[in-house]
Each structure stands twice: as structure tokens, then as C-alpha cells.
Design a protein around this ligand. Structure first.
Ligand code: AVJ
Length: 332
């Protein structure tokens, strides 16, 4: 652990190491040697991928960001009143614009004490921390630089005030169902009896609306999808012909998730030099790059129950496109 900053109001600790940078290599090695090729979505987000994602959030077709923001703006006061929260732990905090809405409500309620952002980008956490301590006198920021799939145990202990642990944006939808339940159970280890999880989930709706959100008319999502190939080319000295792959997005009704894939237009052989690996694609062969699960309240309740959690609050936008839910540790 390297302590990067430690002023009176701000502590930032980094848990990313040389070892962690290797996770792309191992994920590529696993994913591209499977009979049905697959890569985990977290590797979309280098500098360019993060910019493309920001552009996605502004697309007319991509409703989740706006729907979630509407809920936060309309209901943050109610959420803060229901929980009495004085601390916000945010998993995958990014630039903290959603956190700001919750922090403002906590400040208004007079409970605000500490913000604990956990994110892979040190720069982003650093900038957000400095801006926020200026905005809120007395606010403590304890940044954790790491990967929330591996560094949850680095989140500092609660400070004696009720805490809200937030996972927003629908990120939970990226996990396949069993892993999702395991991850929710691990989040539960951050909660005491008076703490709550605040979870953002996209909801099941008309498949056309969902599919348009993942296959926009400007092709931004297609570029975002292909970006994972650019990342592999650069980081692992590979030669994916990135323009030779078509963007595919569809809603799988049986599993209630969106899948994004990349389809090889023609047969090709790809060298991944750093891994000493040669991978063949048949013409039309698809590589799965993301699943994004869509939820119903009932299914989310079943996931919570399987993870030792219990639904305590349910907040949706006007059109019931997206939900924020509050969950506590289940009794027993
Ligand atoms: C950041 C995982 C919530 O699944 O909607 C957006 C990522 N992928 N467009 C989502 C994404 C394609 C997004 N999450």
C-alpha cells in the first residue's frame, strides 16, 4: 500500500500494484481460449473507453444515466432521511457526480461526515476529493484506489455513523447471476445493522428500448465495444484488426440481460505477442464482451435473499425504467 495523499481532510490509499496490471493478460488468456470466446467488460475502460462511455451516457437512446439521475435528484432527501446516513461509500465512484447529489442531501440533513470513494483511477479520485472538501467544510474523504471486485476489504471501518454503500449506474448487471449473488454477499460484509446498500439497477422493459440503448444510431456504443480490442492490441502487443469486427447487441429474454458481442467479419488469425498466443476466428464467429442484466423487483429480492440481504426501499423514475433500491442485512 502506498499512501498517496494525507492532508487533514483527505486520505488516499492505493492498492493497485504491478500484479494487478496483469489481470488483463490472464483474463485474455482465459477468455480467448474458451470454446465460446469471452472477455470481461472491465477492460473497456482505458482513457479512450472512459471517454466513449461518457458520450454513451449523453446519447438520446441511452436512458439509464438520466433515469438514475432523476431518481437521485427527486429522492435523495428521502433516501438520506430513511437511512440517517452520515457516510457514503461509493464503489466505482468515477467523477462523483452522482455522489454529489447524495452528499448534498446528507449535508442538508446535517449528518454528513465522510465520503469513501473506491475507484481504479487515482487521478479521478484525487480531483473529486479536493473539490469536495472545498465544497463541504468538515467533510472527510478517504479514497481507496483499487478494484471493487478485489479490494472491498480495504474499505475503512465505519465511523460510528450510519453508512450508505452505493453501487450505482447498473454496474451490478455486469456480473453473471451466481457471481452477482456472491458479490452482493461480500458487499454485506461492509454493512452493520444500521447501514444500507444503495443499488442502481436497470429494469426489464420493451426489448426495443433496451436494444436501442446498446446499439445507438451514432455508433458510439459500437466504438466503445471495439475499444477492448484496441486495449489488448496496445497492452499485450496484439494485432486484432479492430475494423474487421462488427458490433452486435441484443436482449436475451430468457436470461433478461443484454449481450454485447464482436463478430469477426471474415476468418482471421490474431497474434497476442506478449502471451505467445495465436487465436483463430472463423468468419462470423462472435466474442462476448459484456452482459448487462435487467431486473424486476421480484428477481432483485431473490438475489438479495440469496446474499443475506433484505430489500428496504424501492425508488424508480416516472417511467419505471430504472430503480434505486435500499437493502439491509437480513435478520438471522
Ligand atoms: C456501466 C455497466 C452500467 O451496462 O449499461 C453502456 C456499460 N455498455 N453501454 C451498462 C455499457 C454499453 C453500462 N454499465
Amino acid at each position: 500500500m502506498t499512501s498517496v495523499v494525507n492532508t487533514e481532510a483527505i486520505t488516499i490509499e492505493s492498492f493497485l500494484s504491478e500484479l494487478d496490471e496483469r489481470s488483463l493478460a490472464n483474463d485474455v488468456l482465459d477468455g480467448l481460449t474458451k470454446p465460446f470466446k469471452e472477455l470481461p467488460p472491465k477492460h473497456f475502460y482505458d482513457g479512450r473507453g472512459s471517454e466513449l462511455f461518457e458520450r454513451i451516457c449523453e446519447l438520446p437512446e441511452y436512458y439509464p444515466t438520466r433515469a438514475e439521475k432523476q431518481i437521485l435528484v427527486d429522492r435523495a432527501d428521502e433516501i438520506v432521511a430513511a437511512t440517517g446516513a452520515g457516510e457514503l461509500v461509493e464503489l466505482g465512484s468515477g467523477a462523483a457526480d452522482k455522489a454529489r447529489i447524495l452528499l448534498a442531501a446528507m449535508d442538508e440533513a446535517g449528518t454528513l461526515q465522510r465520503y469513501v470513494p473506491l475507484d481504479v483511477s487515482e487521478q479521478v479520485v484525487h480531483d473529486a476529493a479536493h473539490a469536495l472538501v472545498q465544497e463541504y467544510v468538515g467533510l472527510q474523504v478517504h479514497g481507496v484506489i483499487g478494484d471493487f471486485e478485489r479490494h472491498l476489504d480495504r474499505v475503512p471501518d465505519a465511523d460510528g455513523v450510519p453508512r450508505l454503500v452505493a453501487l450505482l449506474g447498473g454496474t451490478i448487471g455486469n456480473f453473471p447471476p451466481g457471481t452477482r449473488r456472491r458479490f452482493l454477499r461480500r458487499i454485506g460484509t461492509l454493512l452493520g445493522p444500521s447501514d444500507r446498500l444503495l443499488l442502481g439497477t436497470d429494469l426489464v422493459k420493451d426489448p426495443e428500448v433496451i436494444e436501442a440503448a446498446y446499439d445507438d444510431s451514432r455508433g458510439v456504443t459500437a466504438e466503445f465495444n471495439r475499444n477492448v480490442l484496441h486495449v489488448i492490441n496496445r497492452e499485450l502487443d496484439a494485432d486484432f484488426p479492430t475494423d474487421g469486427f462488427d458490433h452486435v447487441a441484443f436482449f436475451d429474454r430468457r436470461h433478461e440481460w443484454v449481450e454485447m458481442r464482436l463478430r469477426a467479419r471474415t476468418a482471421c488469425t490474431v497474434q497476442i505477442s506478449d502471451l505467445g498466443l495465436e487465436i483463430e476466428f472463423a468468419a462470423g464467429e462472435e466474442l462476448r464482451t459484456e452482459i448487462s442484466a435487467k431486473f424486476t423487483r421480484a428477481r432483485l429480492e431473490a438475489d438479495y435473499a440469496a446474499a443475506g440481504l433484505e430489500l428496504q426501499g424501492w425508488y424508480t423514475d416516472d417511467e419505471q425504467r430504472f430503480a434505486l433500491s435500499l437493502a439491509s442485512l437480513a435478520d438471522r
